[in-house]
Design a protein around this ligand. Structure first.
Ligand code: CMC
Length: 355
């Protein structure tokens, strides 16, 4: 049942995947959280070893896929390349139209494993660098950083990236997961459902907000400018990116963890600049919108993750696709649940007024 995949208490700021609290989940490897979402329970040691081995073995891409990535436009967001490449490779998956649970699981593992490689390969090519093969000995987060940076990542950076993927992995019926479920509800294949999710995630009101946060941080540039910037946005009735949520009416628990991680990174680098700038923005938003106007507008999952990418020197062009790398396990968990229901999702138009 989908309510089991995720539980959110938007008033108390509680988030659980499969009844495990997000605070516990971030201490696990991403592979274990992915297993939990897709299979419904946490893996034992042996099960995790086998699942990780299968995922790590499927990370590679072949020459044809490299050629397709080479043909992509390198001046746009990595999400565009990711969507294109997933569509392309679907045609060659021998399990494409095998809708048995085993066929779907094989596709799921290939998809979860290959998405980081596509993003990293696109990024390196876009920057005139040779793409690097994945390293099966590294975790999901460390391997991704290794593939984009070209060197073994600093342990704290690798830990933060792993936690980012976990914090992004699942969030009930958010817009992209809903899209994936609608596609799966027609009994279309898993690649199609994942592409639906990708197309929906990229919008700036959803996963695209992370890149917008990074642009905003550049614009604000230092803590002293935060007050003027936020007051200007409020006066113009413009949204401040990385704030507010349809479900949370309190601090987003993922936002709180991202904030701690951003602080840890800032301290480890001995450079509080971006953290202090973000915190100054947050303080003015809370004072003006929460305290003075009584609106529950707190940092969401996208705010401090944008700060983390500033410290890791990850460009805005990759921010949404990093969200997708994490979220794909959640999409797939929901698609599996939807396949079991064998029932098409077909809302009526009047329901749009309630959205
Ligand atoms: N900055 C300033 N005011 C805001 C913001 C914000 N970020 N978010 C909501 N408000 C105000 C809004 O102006 C409105 O005020 P009023 O009632 O006076 O007209 C009120 O709060 C309700 O806003 P809403 O747009 O009706 O709220 P919603 O539940 O439809 O939208 C949201 C939720 C996330 C789309 C919205 O808060 C937003 O656009 N935030 C900025 C974009 C963002 O950070 N998106 C990431 C969302 S979290 C991760 C994800 O889902 O991907």
């Amino acid at each position: 049942m989908s309510k089991n995949i995720c539980f959110i208490d938007g008033l108390e700021g509680v988030l659980k995947y499969r009844e495990v609290d997000i605070k516990e989940l971030v201490e696990l490897p991403y592979d274990a959280v992915s297993y939990l979402l897709i299979r419904g329970e946490l893996p034992g040691e042996q099960e995790l070893a086998e699942y990780s081995a299968r995922l790590h073995a499927e990370r590679g891409i072949n020459r044809e896929v490299l050629d397709i990535i080479r043909m992509c436009n390198f001046n746009i967001d990595a999400m565009e390349a990711l969507r294109t490449v997933i569509c392309f490779i679907s045609q060659f998956d021998p399990d494409l139209n095998d809708s048995s649970p085993e066929g779907n699981m094989r596709k799921a593992i290939r998809l979860i494993a290959i998405v980081p490689t596509i993003v990293a390969t696109y990024y390196r090519m876009a920057n005139g660098k040779e793409p690097l093969p994945p390293d099966p000995s590294l975790s999901h987060g460390a391997n991704f950083l290794h593939m984009i940076k070209g060197s073994k990542p600093d342990p704290l950076d690798a830990e933060v990236m792993e936690k980012d993927f976990i914090l992004s992995a699942e969030h009930e019926l958010n817009a992209s997961t809903f899209s994936s479920r609608v596609t799966a509800s027609t009994m279309s294949d898993l690649y199609s459902a994942v592409v639906s999710g990708l197309c929906t995630l990229k919008g700036p009101l959803h996963g695209g907000a992370r890149a917008e946060v990074m642009t905003m941080l550049n614009e604000v540039a230092s803590p002293e400018n935060a007050e003027k910037f936020v007051l200007g946005k409020i006066a113009q009735k413009e949204k401040i990116m990385g704030f507010g949520h349809r479900v949370y009416k309190t601090y987003d628990p993922r936002g709180a963890i991202f904030k701690q991680l951003a602080k840890k990174l800032a301290e480890s680098r001995g450079d509080m600049h971006w953290y202090a700038t973000a915190e100054a923005i947050e303080n003015v938003v809370i004072r003006e919108l929460v305290e003075k106007r009584g609106k529950p507008i707190y940092p969401n999952v996208d705010f401090y993750s944008g700060v983390i990418y500033k410290y890791m020197e990850i460009p805005p062009q990759l921010a949404t696709s990093i969200f997708a790398i994490g979220r794909i396990s959640g999409w797939i968990a929901h698609c599996f649940d939807q396949y079991d229901r064998k029932k098409i999702i077909r809302p009526r138009a009047f329901m749009l007024d309630e959205c």
